[in-house]
Write a protein that binds this ligand. Structure first.
Ligand SMILES: Cc1ncc(C[n+]2csc(CCOP(=O)(O)OP(=O)(O)O)c2C)c(N)n1
Ligand code: SF4
Length: 333
C-alpha cells in the first residue's frame, strides 16, 4: 500500500534523539532506508520495523513507522508472527551480528528457509557494540575483547554462506560508507517477494574501529570491492582492467588481470544472480569482496505455500482467541 501524499526521506525519521555514537556506521544505513521508503512511496502506517537487542536494534525508535524493539535474538521469530497475522504489512527486520548469529542464529535460519516475506538487514560490526565490545560469531580469529583476552580461537561465521546454506532466496552485501550501494541494494531487497537478506559491513568506531577500512576507504574500494551486476562481467579496478576467473582445478573464483597470462575479457565470469552454485563460490571470495546482489532466485513465500483454504485461518484464529480468553483452566490454591 503506497502513501497518499508523496513523502520525503526525512518524513520517515521520528522525533526521537538518536543515541548512536557520532560517526557510527548505523547513521548511513538508516539514511539509505529512509530514502528507499520515500522512493517506493511506502505508507508509514503500513510499515513496521522489528529488531532484537543491540545498538543496531535501536533502529525502530528512529523510524516514523510502526516498530517493535523485541528481545535479544528473537526479531526473526517476531517478524514471522507479524507477517503471518497481518500479511498486508511491509515488514523489515534490523539486527546485529550478535543478535542474528549468536542467540538468534536458530530463528534467522528458519526465517530464511521458510522464505517469509520480510526485508532483513544484518548490521555486521563483528562485535557486540551495546554491551561494550565482546567478541561475536563474526569476529575474526584472534580478536582481542573482554571475553577473549588472548584472542578468539573459533572460525568466524560468514553471514552470506550462512544465508545460502539456509536456502535464502535473496542474498546481498553492502558497506555502510557507500550510499549508492546501500540505496540500490535496499530498493532491490524491498521489492523482492520472500526473505531478502542484506549483510551490511558496519563500522563500530568505539569497539572495533577500522576492521572494514579496506572496504570503506574510497581510495581503495576500486580494488577491494567487486560490485556485482546481473548479466555483466565481473570486472573491478579503477580502469576495469581486473576481473574474476573460474579456475576448474581449484573449483574456485580467482582474481586476474586482463592481458596478463593470456587472460582476455571472454575469460571473465558473467554474473548470474539466479545461480546457486555461483552464489556459493562468491560467498567464499574475500579479495575483492563481492557486494551488491549475490543471489536472487524467487520462489513461493511462506504464506504463498500454505495449503490452507481461505477463511480457515480466520476460523482457527477465532477458536484460539476463544480458548485464550476462556478464563483460568485450573485454580492455584
Ligand atoms: C537474553 C539476553 N542475553 C544477553 C543480553 C545482552 N546483550 C544485549 S545486546 C547484546 C549483543 C549485541 O550485539 P549485536 O547484536 O552485534 O549488536 P550491536 O550492539 O553490535 O549493534 C547482548 C549480548 C540480552 N540483552 N539478553
Ligand atoms: S558502540 Fe559502536 S555500534 Fe554502538 S552506537 Fe557506538 S559506534 Fe555504533
Amino acid at each position: 500500500m503506497t502513501a497518499e501524499v508523496a513523502l520525503k526521506p526525512k518524513d520517515y525519521a521520528s522525533a526521537q534523539d538518536v543515541r548512536w555514537c557520532p560517526g557510527c556506521g548505523n547513521y548511513s544505513v538508516i539514511k539509505a532506508v529512509q530514502k528507499t521508503l520515500a522512493e517506493a512511496g511506502c505508507n508509514p502506517e503500513n510499515t513496521v520495523f522489528v529488531s532484537g537487542i543491540g545498538c543496531s536494534s535501536r533502529f525502530p525508535y528512529y523510524m516514523e513507522t510502526y516498530g517493535f524493539h523485541t528481545i535479544h535474538g528473537r526479531a526473526a521469530a517476531v517478524a514471522t508472527g507479524v507477517k503471518i497475522s497481518k500479511p498486508e504489512l511491509d515488514v523489515w527486520v534490523v539486527s546485529g551480528d550478535g543478535d542474528s548469529l549468536a542467540i538468534g542464529g536458530n530463528h534467522l535460519l528458519h526465517l530464511l528457509r521458510r522464505n517469509v516475506d520480510v526485508t532483513y538487514l544484518l548490521l555486521n560490526n563483528e562485535i557486540y557494540g551495546l554491551t561494550k565490545g565482546q567478541a561475536s560469531p563474526t569476529s575474526r580469529r584472534g580478536t582481542l575483547s573482554p571475553t577473549s583476552p588472548h584472542g578468539t580461537l573459533d572460525q568466524p561465521v560468514n553471514p552470506i554462506e550462512f544465508a545460502i546454506g539456509a536456502h535464502g532466496r535473496f542474498i546481498a552485501r553492502c558497506v555502510d560508507a557507500l550510499q549508492n550501494l546501500l540505496s540500490e541494494t535496499f530498493a532491490r531487497a524491498h521489492a523482492f517477494h520472500g526473505t531478502s537478506f542484506v549483510e551490511i559491513l558496519q563500522n563500530c568506531l568505539v569497539f572495533n574501529d577500522g576492521v572494514f577500512s579496506d572496504q570503506e576507504d574510497k581510495k581503495k574500494i576500486d580494488d577491494t570491492l567487486l560490485w556485482l551486476h546481473h548479466g555483466e562481467p565481473m570486472l573491478y579496478g579503477a580502469d576495469k582492467s581486473k576481473g574474476i576467473l573460474f579456475n576448474p582445478k581449484t573449483y574456485a573464483l580467482e582474481p586476474v588481470t586482463i592481458g596478463l597470462d593470456g587472460v582476455t575479457l571472454d575469460d571473465i565470469v558473467v554474473h548470474d544472480e539466479t545461480s546457486h552454485g555461483l552464489a556459493m563460490m562468491l560467498s567464499a571470495l574475500e579479495a575483492p569482496l563481492p557486494v551488491g546482489v549475490i543471489y536472487a532466485a524467487p520462489e513461493a513465500t511462506f504464506i504463498g505455500r500454505q495449503p490452507i483454504p481461505q477463511g480457515t485461518m480466520a476460523k482457527s484464529a477465532a477458536r484460539l482467541a476463544g480458548a485464550m480468553h476462556a478464563g483460568n483452566t485450573w485454580r492455584v490454591e
